[in-house]
Every structure is written in C-alpha cells, then in structure tokens.
Design a binder for this molecule. Structure first.
Ligand code: P6P
Length: 339
C-alpha cells in the first residue's frame, strides 16, 4: 500500500475526478495545465537571482504597479498553457486590462470554464528574494456554451467557484487547491518535477496567535480595526499574539493556515476599498479558507457572497482562523464598518 504522503498530484486528480460533479475530465485537465505552468514559473522564479530577469520592464500594469519581468513571464506562461489545452473559454488576469476570449479550435467556444489568475502575487518581493505566489480561481461559464465568453462569466460571486488554489514559491514550492471537497497541499520534488501529496486535508486551527497586517497603515484604519489590533497586543489569556507580515498574501495565508492566524488588508483613508482584488485574490483565498474550516470577510459581508461589479475591483479582506475572524467582526460591527 503506497503511503498517502507519496501520492502524486496526478494520481490524486484521477482518484478524485469522480467526486467532482459534472466533470467530464476537463477540470482534471485544467488542474494539470496549472500544474505544468507552475513548474515552468517555479524554474524561472528560482533562477531569477542568477539571470538578469529582475527589475521592472519599465511598464506598469492596470493596477499602476511597475511590472517585473517575472510578472510578465508568469502571466504569459499561465495564459499560454491554458490556451494550448483548449479547456477554457476565457481568462482574466491581474496583468491584463481586459479579459481574454479564447477561440476553441472549432471556433464554437465549446469550452465550459473561465480562469482568473494573479500570476505572480507579491512580486515586489522578487528583488529581495522573499516568497511569491500564483493564485487561481475557476468558474463554469454562465453564458451559453458555443458563444463568445462575456464579462458576466467573470463577474460571478465567489460562492460559484468550482475550484481555487495557489502556488507558493517558497523554501519549497507547493500547490494548494480545492474543488469544494477540502483543501490538499502538494510539494514539488524539483529533482523529479513531480508534486507529491504532503499536506492532505489542510485545516485552519480554529484559534491562532498570529495576526498579519501592514501596521504602517495603522493611523489610516477605521476604529474597529485599530481596536482589534490593540486587542491582539494586550497582555491577557493567550495574548499578546505575534505579528507576522511579509507582504506576500500567499505566504502569509499559507503560514496562518498551518499555524493558525488572521490576515487583514482593511480599507483605509489611503486605500478606500482596501488593496486586494476580489476576483483573483480574495475569492480564491476565501474559497480555500472556508474549505479549510476558516472564514473570510470583507468587513460586513462574507467574501464569497459579494456580487462583483468590475474585473479589477478591490475589497477589504479579513481571512483566517474562525475564532479570530469572528472576534475581529465583533470589533468591526461595534463601529459599523463600511461595506
Ligand atoms: P502592502 C502584494 O502586492 C499584495 O497584493 C499581497 O500579496 C500582500 O499581502 C499585499 O499586497 C502587501 O501590500 O501595502 O502591505 O505592501
């Protein structure tokens, strides 16, 4: 009997394919495409320090952020890999101003899925050799199969996701994803180029002692957030908590899911809707969090219930251990947090 810990991602996908409703194997092919792109991007991320691939290409993306060469590379690789597999009918990316419509070979747009990606999250960390990540979110299209994909196929609430996951390019490279039946983590053996099931059934501890927020913005936060941060710092019971924030959502989220903790990117007088993007950062991470017994709030609404209005819209984001998010929510509700 092969120990579960040595199961490959490929074996896991095949074994679990039948548990995914209406999957005719396309979703499995889609996850496999992401697996391939992850390995290609991982190779470049790991050698970035050696090759002159660092530094911006002088352009900025729609977010007004200076594009790093690895941003551009990762974006191109994921889009190219997804296009080649003819599984998706459309892609939206943090690095693309508008969504990309993919004409299937028979021009009938028979493909049923759309993918939204943040190809390289935390890219400002690339130059200082801190972990970065890729985040992906998958939906079934809602407009008729066989017609060109529309914006409404991408503007679906997060609760409609059929799969979501991230790759963290850290001390080891991991792919963590859910199809609605729990969260599983796979670690890449770079020597073999194979992902192995290293973290089956990942769960947020209900309590945690880590809070992650950019305290440099403290003076700009709403009172409810300020009060929660002070609560974390008070000497009482199992507090004070530890502050851990490395400026890479995927890494902070991943650590908090393993150890227990809460990640916060509140709105503020500087970022009136927060900084994180709903469609390809908050929704996929919220789907994973809830599948791992955690919670994800936008301040007043469950993240997965928010009806999107724009492709690159931003929302406040509070996500992690159930009891920590609920405690934060008490402070926010007391001060009537905005939408
Ligand atoms: P700040 C990276 O740009 C990112 O989107 C997340 O990965 C990260 O948690 C956050 O922004 C960092 O933002 O304003 O604290 O530097």
């Amino acid at each position: 009997m092969i120990d579960k810990r040595h199961k490959t991602l490929g074996e896991f996908i095949i074994e679990n394919q039948s548990s995914f409703q209406y999957s005719s194997g396309e979703l499995s092919k889609l996850i496999n495409a992401i697996r391939l792109a992850a390995k290609v991007v991982n190779h470049e991320v790991n050698k970035a320090g050696l090759v002159d691939i660092l530094g911006g290409v002088g352009e900025t993306n729609i977010q007004g952020e200076r594009q790093q060469k690895l941003d551009v590379f990762a974006n191109e690789k994921f889009i190219q890999t997804l296009k080649n597999r003819e599984i998706v009918c459309g892609i939206a990316s943090e690095e693309e101003d508008d969504f990309i419509s993919i004409n299937s070979s028979d021009e009938q747009h028979q493909n049923k899925y759309v993918v939204l990606i943040d190809p390289l999250d935390g890219s400002s960390n690339i130059d200082v050799n801190v972990s970065v990540g890729t985040i992906f979110s998958i939906y079934r299209r809602i407009t008729p199969v066989g017609t060109p994909v529309q914006l409404e196929d991408f503007l679906q609430p997060g609760k409609n996701q059929v799969a979501a996951g991230y790759i963290v390019y850290g001390t080891s490279t991991m792919l963590v994803y859910t199809t609605g039946f729990g969260v599983n983590g796979f670690t890449l053996n770079p020597a073999l180029g194979t992902f192995y099931l290293s973290h089956p059934n990942m769960q947020f501890p209900e309590n945690g002692k880590i809070y992650s927020v950019n305290e440099g913005n403290y003076v700009h936060f709403l009172q409810g957030v300020k009060d929660y941060i002070k609560y974390c710092q008070e000497e009482e019971g199992d507090r004070p908590y530890t502050s851990r924030y490395i400026g890479s959502l995927v890494s902070d989220f991943h650590r908090n899911m393993i150890k227990g903790g809460i990640y916060m990117y509140p709105k503020s007088s500087v970022n009136e809707n927060g900084k994180l993007r709903l469609l390809y950062e908050c929704n996929p991470m919220a789907f994973i969090a809830e599948q791992a017994n955690g919670l994800a709030s936008g301040g007043r609404h469950r993240i997965l219930d928010i009806e999107p209005t724009e492709l690159h819209q931003r929302v406040p984001f509070f996500c992690g251990s159930k009891n920590m998010v609920e405690k934060l929510q008490e402070f926010l509700d007391k001060h009537y947090y905005g939408k």
